[in-house]
Design a binder for this molecule. Structure first.
Ligand SMILES: NC(=O)C1=CN([C@@H]2O[C@H](COP(=O)(O)OP(=O)(O)OC[C@H]3O[C@@H](n4cnc5c(N)ncnc54)[C@H](O)[C@@H]3O)[C@@H](O)[C@H]2O)[C@@H](O)CC1
Ligand SMILES: Nc1ncnc2c1ncn2[C@@H]1O[C@H](COP(=O)(O)OP(=O)(O)O)[C@@H](O)[C@H]1O
Ligand SMILES: [K+]
Length: 463
């Protein structure tokens, strides 16, 4: 269920060096990269005129190869460079282009714009006039392609180092980079496409891919399919959303332990009216509970604290979300001694783990290591990190998800998948994928409740 390896700039350079050490010729790799990108542009571009912008490094070298390949196909192609080519491969690619080379600052726009100014070698933001020119040329074009990365984005963090246009598509070379999936850069990439290269680097950090789910066994029963317990609190709506998500996640049965008794909602959920923490602890002695969710609507008072303690002491596999994370943060965090999933959004993450350095991927990894739990660091880009170093990064979720209650649905889904699989990293990956896919199936301006109805279709698509 992986969507391909994600490599930092340094990892990409190391993979490239390993390929050279193994006998691959650097220029052959550039020819391959350029040919792969040209093929994608040729197929997508409807044969319209092209302007290729080439920078001084190997990204620019790729650009010269792309220009030559597209012209060989009969397209009207112009090239504009930003200074001289500085690497031997780029110089060779430039020599092989026998057309004129214009200046980036004065070249006229074209219908299709190819940005091969900078890729993984960018060390600072583009000079302002260059960034402005790039933005103007992209704005003029009806189709625009960033080669490897939009020029101006920081490969590893996804930060924008200078004004960066929004491209129609980005053709990643050889492997994904963090900036393809992490915001703000991800929002400037447009459609993501991968240009394959002969070197196929692998990494523990992967793009989240579609999971393969299995239908219940022929002899399944509701407990073998996983019993989920949800501890509710002061805000019933949140734990109701989470409970229904768990019930629609493929788990066999859902038990909600809360002080209130809902008047509506799916009758399949077993509501047990319990208010005192010791009564909850008693309910949690049921050995059949395969996953326990606490946090959505829990509250932040002493009662909530006691409920959280009962959940933490229960020994069950855990999903901790929302208020449970805030309470945990107030106590200075805690190392999970068992299989657990934490699902913080940005604010909860900072309260729990403080201001960690590095990219969102680095921060999620550090948090997973220090907590001993799988961390789902939510947002427009969601990073799922396991304590053992595995990471899955989910990009491309619809921004319509930024509506109240969708996090409760995700937490319920994660608990449900944890009950089904018994594997926190896998469960978290499946939950994030199904959540994003359910959202894609909903109409704009949907609310969290609508996601619940879309879950069975999202699950059916993965069987
Ligand atoms: N790593 C790989 O496996 C492959 C890399 N290829 C290409 O090579 C690229 C990386 O090439 P390079 O390492 O040469 O790096 P880049 O081509 O991204 O740029 C590096 C050059 O730009 C200069 N520079 C950096 N930031 C600047 C700024 N803000 N203003 C002006 N100059 C600046 C640097 O001094 C250096 O000369 C990749 O993105 C990809 O397009 C492909 O050719 C083939 C395979
Ligand atoms: N701009 C966005 N684009 C895509 N997904 C988003 C965006 N903003 C939030 N999400 C997703 O929506 C969910 C919101 O969760 P959360 O912030 O906990 O909300 P709540 O507590 O109201 O349920 C998370 O799964 C998050 O990844
Ligand atoms: K580029």
């Amino acid at each position: 269920m992986t969507g391909g390896a994600i490599l930092t700039a340094a990892q990409m350079r190391a993979a490239e060096q390993a390929a050279f050490d193994a006998g691959i010729d650097p220029y052959d790799l550039m020819e391959q990269a350029g040919a792969a990108a040209a093929e994608i542009i040729w197929r997508a571009g409807h044969k319209r005129d092209v302007l290729v912008l080439c920078g001084p490094g190997n990204n620019g070298g790729d650009g010269f190869v792309i220009a030559r390949r597209l012209r060989e196909r009969g397209l009207s192609v112009r090239v504009a460079a930003l200074g001289e080519s500085r690497t031997s491969s780029a110089q060779r690619a430039r020599k092989a282009w026998d057309g004129p080379v214009e200046d980036v600052m004065t070249a006229a726009p074209a219908t299709q714009l190819v940005d091969a100014l900078f890729g993984t070698g960018l060390s600072r933001g583009l000079d302002e006039p260059v960034a402005e020119r790039l933005c103007a040329l992209v704005a003029h074009a009806t189709a625009s392609y960033a080669i490897d990365l939009p020029s101006g984005v920081e490969t590893d963090s996804g930060a924008l180092l200078s004004a960066t246009p929004r491209f129609g598509a980005c053709i990643a070379l050889g492997a994904w980079k963090p900036a393809h999936l992490l915001h703000p850069a991800a929002g400037h990439c447009g459609r993501l496409m991968l240009g394959p290269l002969d070197m196929a680097p692998d990494n523990d950090v992967q793009r989240l891919g579609a999971p393969l789910l299995t239908a219940p066994a022929a002899d399944a029963h509701k407990y073998s399919r996983g019993l989920v317990a949800v501890v509710g609190g002061g805000m019933p709506g949140a734990s109701l959303l989470a409970s229904e998500a768990a019930a629609r996640s493929g788990a066999g049965s859902v038990r909600r332990l809360a002080a209130d008794m809902p008047t509506s909602g799916p009758h399949a959920i077993i509501n047990r009216q319990v208010d005192r923490a010791d009564a909850i602890a008693e309910q949690l002695t049921d050995k059949r509970i395969a996953a326990l969710l606490v946090g959505p609507g829990l509250g932040l008072d002493e009662v909530a604290r006691a409920r959280l303690r009962a959940a933490l002491d229960s020994g069950h596999r855990l999903v901790l979300d929302a208020d449970a994370l805030t309470l945990l943060g107030e106590e200075g965090g805690r190392t999970m001694g068992r299989e657990a999933i934490l699902t913080p959004h940005e604010g909860e993450f900072r309260r729990l783990f403080g201001d960690l350095p590095g990219s969102k991927i680095d921060r999620a990894c550090a948090a997973a290591r220090s907590s001993g739990a799988v961390v789902v660091y939510k947002g427009a880009d969601s990073v799922i990190a396991a304590p053992d170093g595995r990471v899955a990064v989910a990009g491309g979720a619809t921004p319509w998800l930024s509506t109240a209650g969708t996090g409760d649905v995700l937490a319920g889904l994660a608990a449900g998948r944890l009950a089904v699989t018994g594997d926190p990293f896998r469960a978290a990956c499946e939950a994030v994928w199904l959540h994003g896919d359910a959202a894609r199936r909903c109409r704009p301006a949907f609310v969290a409740d609508d996601l619940l109805a879309a879950l069975p279709a999202a699950i059916a698509a993965r069987l």
